[in-house]
Design a protein around this ligand. Structure first.
Ligand code: NAD
Length: 265
């Protein structure tokens, strides 16, 4: 994707960047000159391959941190570990996310707590931890990956929808507190992107309706999308990249849908 923002000498921490949207964001920020701290789960071979590929493709440092964001303390500690290893954190992308589908009366306690912890509390913990250094330098970019489900709802997703609505509140709060400090905080709101998180849902729907994967995607998921196609991970990364630019310095507290028009219908 041909979009360019100079990020030399910046360090970006992207949570949940071992796959899907976060990985695309990490790659794009590195391609524009930032050193990147990666985070998320994968095998040690996969992680080494991601670090090497980004390093080779971009010439930037790409280093993985295995902190488990379902734990508030580990989420806060992640910022300190990245700062110790890479020197600073200028850009924080709170992207890690988890999903669980169940009717509200059957939604398990532990899944509710897990979604709140990963999708919402971790973003608070990293934001709080990174704030002093961004404030000191008078420059910071915080971008939270929300969802179109930050505006709407979908049956069987009470934990996810509640956390995605919540992350917009945190985004607006940080925008307000950062407004005179040179820190912007915004959210990007994707509709369906075909990542492992969504592939699992398409597979489950295909099984339930006796569809092929493609039929389930076309007849169930893409009917939400006026474009009738999934949003690509790079399209979300491009939105994040723009929000990191100096051109976006007066854009703060927004929730940017990148959704193929799905919120229109
Ligand atoms: P994904 O499953 O490909 O990636 C999720 C990432 O989060 C992975 O790197 C995973 O290892 C990491 N992660 C999960 N639990 C973690 C934990 N406890 N600690 C640290 N890392 C953890 O999914 P994705 O679709 O790329 O999702 C990325 C973000 O985009 C999520 O916040 C998701 O809610 C949001 N989103 C996705 C879509 C979509 O259609 N795919 C739509 C709207 C919003």
């Amino acid at each position: 994707m041909n979009i360019s923002v100079p990020l030399e000498r910046k360090v970006a921490l992207v949570t949940g960047s071992t796959s899907g949207i976060g990985l695309a964001i990490g790659r794009m920020l590195a391609a524009n000159g930032a050193d990147v701290a990666l985070n998320g789960f994968a095998s040690s071979e996969e992680i080494a391959a991601i670090e090497n590929d980004i390093g080779k493709e971009t010439g930037r440092r790409a280093k993985h941190f295995g902190h488990d964001l379902s734990n508030l303390k580990e989420a806060g500690d992640l910022v300190g570990a990245v700062t110790a290893a890479l020197g600073r954190v200028d850009i924080l992308v709170n992207n890690a996310g988890a999903q669980h589908l169940a009717d509200i009366d059957e939604f398990p306690d532990e899944q509710w707590q897990r979604l709140i912890a990963i999708n919402l509390t971790a973003a608070f913990a990293t934001t709080r931890a990174v704030w002093p250094q961004m404030k000191e330098r008078g420059w910071g970019r915080i971008i939270n990956t929300a969802s179109t489900l930050a505006f709407t709802a979908e049956a069987r997703k009470s934990g996810y929808v509640a956390t995605k609505h919540g992350i917009l509140g945190l985004t607006r709060e940080a925008a307000l507190e950062g407004a005179q400090l040179g820190i912007t905080c915004n959210a990007v709101c994707p509709a369906w992107v075909l990542t492992p998180l969504v592939a699992k849902q398409v597979e489950a729907k295909a099984d339930e309706l006796q569809y092929s994967f493609d039929e389930a995607a076309r007849n169930y998921f893409l009917t939400d999308m006026p474009t009738r196609r999934f949003v690509e991970t790079d399209e979300i990364a491009a939105g994040v990249l723009f929000l990191c630019s100096d051109a976006a310095k007066s854009i703060t507290g927004i929730a940017l849908p990148i959704d193929g028009g799905s919120l229109v219908i």
